[in-house]
Design a protein around this ligand. Structure first.
Ligand code: LLP
Length: 421
């Protein structure tokens, strides 16, 4: 459920008409609903009720500080994957002891920044990385809390580009080698081994892969405890999928996911962390764009929008489907017609949808891409020297621009010309 509904024929974000935001900030733009963000966070938090837990929002999904602050005030921790994300979370007021640092290539500089600023734990992805964390910790005179990310060799049954838990993927250490790696970690004086980390992929629409992975983590916990390690925290990653179409099968609910966690791991009395990103932000955001032209092609009509692949790359990159709706609700019974919906970028890949049924639209009409809150704005680029589009946060009947559209001068003046030119 989200808070983007039609009222009197006009699409609203909570109590604000989308057209009002468009008039104020211009198009295209992203808009997020505070109530939806909070609702989704709460679903996870409630799903783990009765268990010592922390929901660490995977801020890579949507990292505007206003979003981070909204979630942090509700009690969320953060999962970060770079020094930049860490500094952004801190700037939004998230305390270091609620920030976990994941990612396969943490540099010594990033480790130094996060260790000296305060960190809940590092999710270590390899032995060489473990050595560097140990060295930096010794240099700073602190102890670094770590989990080791294990790769359970489970098929997440999701798009190949976002599956991470198979043995051929670059993530984690093979679970079969865990004993050896933990034994080595225990000898490093700058580290304190506190738990196990796992993340098998994103946009999972079934519970079975989670169940396979978490069962392996439960076995490993007992095994490592028997070998003398004080395993007391399990970080279970993110990955629960969202419905991208109104029609498709509904993915499992957070409450079912929580029940699975309790069933597979509850008996171990570990503190549980989860790192959901998409489910919190995905359906809490829209990208709103305007029709520039309607062009009749060979046997098809194109809707040419002012938004493009640089603003929302998911369709071009993952063949992802986003529902696209007219901001002005079509009159009942109006006949829909198929359009190819495209952006102005000079690539055929700049196609959002092919032969998508839409009500008849004309230049100036607004359309909204649903489910664009996660991996939308954060993956945008300035390709074709198109400014990053603004982000807007709605809260009841209020809205605020939480990132401005940069001017062309700002973009162009970022280049520097060498003196020989
Ligand atoms: N934790 C780790 C270690 C991750 O790598 C990820 C996502 C998450 C948590 C959050 O997963 P989520 O709950 O959002 O599924 N750009 C792609 C998605 C990439 C996901 C990368 N890792 C997309 O647009 O579909």
């Amino acid at each position: 459920m989200d808070h983007f509904l039609y009222r009197d024929g006009a699409l609203h974000a909570e109590d604000v008409p989308i057209s009002e935001i468009a008039a104020a900030v211009g198009t295209p733009f992203y808009v997020y609903s505070t109530a939806t963000l909070l609702r989704h966070f709460q679903l996870f938090d409630d799903a783990l009720e009765g268990t010592d837990h922390l929901v660490c929002y995977a801020m890579k999904a949507a990292s505007n500080q206003a979003i981070l602050k909204t979630l942090a005030q509700a009690g969320a921790g953060m999962d970060v994957v770079s020094g930049g994300e860490y500094l952004r979370a801190k700037a939004a007021g998230v305390p270091g002891d609620k920030i976990v640092f994941s990612g396969v290539g943490k540099t010594a500089d990033e480790i130094r920044t996060t260790l000296s600023g305060g960190i809940r734990q590092f999710n270590v992805e390899s032995e060489p990385e473990m050595e560097v964390i140990n060295a930096v910790a010794l240099e700073l005179g602190v102890i670094a809390p770590i989990t080791v990310r294990v790769n359970p060799d489970v098929d997440a049954k999701t798009h190949a580009k976002i599956a991470t838990g198979k043995s051929e993927n670059k993530f984690g250490i093979p679970i079969a080698r865990a004993s050896e790696v933990y034994a080595h970690a225990a000898t490093l004086p700058g580290l304190e081994v506190i738990g196990i980390d796992v993340h098998i992929g994103s946009q999972l629409t079934e519970l079975e892969p989670f169940e396979l992975a978490y069962t392996k983590v439960a076995e490993l916990t007992e095994h490592l405890r028997a070998e003398g390690h004080n395993i007391r925290r399990l970080d279970l990653g993110g990955g629960l999928g969202i419905p991208y179409t109104r029609a498709n099968d509904a993915p499992p609910l957070p409450v079912e996911y929580g029940a699975l966690i309790k069933k597979t791991l509850g008996h171990l009395n570990c503190e549980i962390e989860i790192e959901p990103g998409r489910l919190i932000a995905g359906n809490a955001g829209l990208m709103v764009s305007k029709v520039i032209y309607v062009k009749s092609g060979e046997g098809r009509d194109f809707l040419i929008l002012d938004g493009a692949m640089n603003d929302l790359i998911r369709p071009a990159m993952y063949e992802a489907h986003h529902d696209i709706v007219a901001v002005q609700e079509p009159a009942p019974g109006v006949e829909q017609q198929p359009y190819d919906i495209v952006g102005p970028v000079c690539e055929t890949g700049d196609t959002f949808a092919k032969q998508r049924n839409m009500p008849p639209l004309t230049p100036g009409d607004l359309v909204a891409f649903r489910s664009a809150g996660a991996y939308g704005a954060v993956m945008a680029s300035e390709y074709n020297t198109r400014p990053l589009i603004p982000e807007v946060l709605v809260h009841g009947d209020q809205f605020a621009v939480i990132r401005e559209r940069p001017s062309f001068d700002e973009i162009i003046n970022r280049d520097t010309i060498p003196e020989w030119l």
